[in-house]
Design a protein around this ligand. Structure first.
Ligand code: GRF
Length: 195
């Protein structure tokens, strides 16, 4: 059975879907949920689901990333996870941290990578007049939002869409894509999934 740790920064809706999916004959189980924000709603939800949680607040580190990441790694490694999932985790990680989990760290990004790396993906897709948008699950490498793609899900851009309405449509697909990809990844299947 693979052990999965999940990092969140906000409400954690993707984290909830991942945890809920890891039951029955699933090859993995969630063992830890952590956050860089002690007030993150995702920590409350994880605790309600009986998952061990922790918070390492990045603010007192005043931009000292290596020190922040060392504290983060101490908490994560204590749970000995086989897989680390970033689910709405909004801190940019250094190459040193990524190297420690390379090949076993996943992230979900709200665009059809390689389009729209970084922030404000929904507004940028609308500004560009795209007809299709979506989300991507990828392995995390040192280059931001650039690692091998494990899965994508597309949604149509509808007339009158705002970044908010588009984000909501994409989030619905995120909740299907991430659990599906994690199940395959935990079973050793790195082939790409398109929903
Ligand atoms: C998601 O849209 C995810 O793709 C992005 O941040 C959002 C987090 O949502 N990185 P939640 O915290 O999982 O609800």
């Amino acid at each position: 059975m693979k052990r999965v740790a999940i990092l969140v920064s906000g409400g954690g809706s993707n984290m909830v879907r991942l945890v809920e999916s890891m039951t029955g004959d699933h090859p993995a189980r969630a063992v830890l949920v952590g956050s860089n924000d002690p007030q993150a709603g995702g920590l409350v939800k994880a605790a309600e689901m009986g998952i061990e949680t922790f918070a390492v607040d990045h603010r007192p580190f005043k931009g000292d990333r290596p020190a922040f990441e060392a504290a983060l790694r101490e908490k994560i490694d204590a749970a000995q996870p086989d897989i680390l999932c970033l689910a709405g985790f909004m801190r940019i990680l250094t190459a040193g941290f990524i190297q420690a989990y390379e090949g076993r760290m996943l992230n979900i990004h709200p665009s059809l990578l390689p389009k729209y790396k970084g922030l404000h993906t929904h507004a940028r897709a609308l500004e560009a007049g795209d007809q299709w948008h979506g989300c991507t699950v990828h392995e995390v490498t040192a280059e931001l939002d650039d690692g091998p793609i494990l899965g994508q899900a597309r949604v149509p851009v509808e007339p009158g869409d705002t970044p908010e309405t588009l984000a909501a449509r994409v989030l619905t697909m995120e909740h299907l894509l991430y659990p599906a990809v994690l199940r395959r990844f935990a079973a050793g299947d790195r082939s790409r999934l398109d929903l």
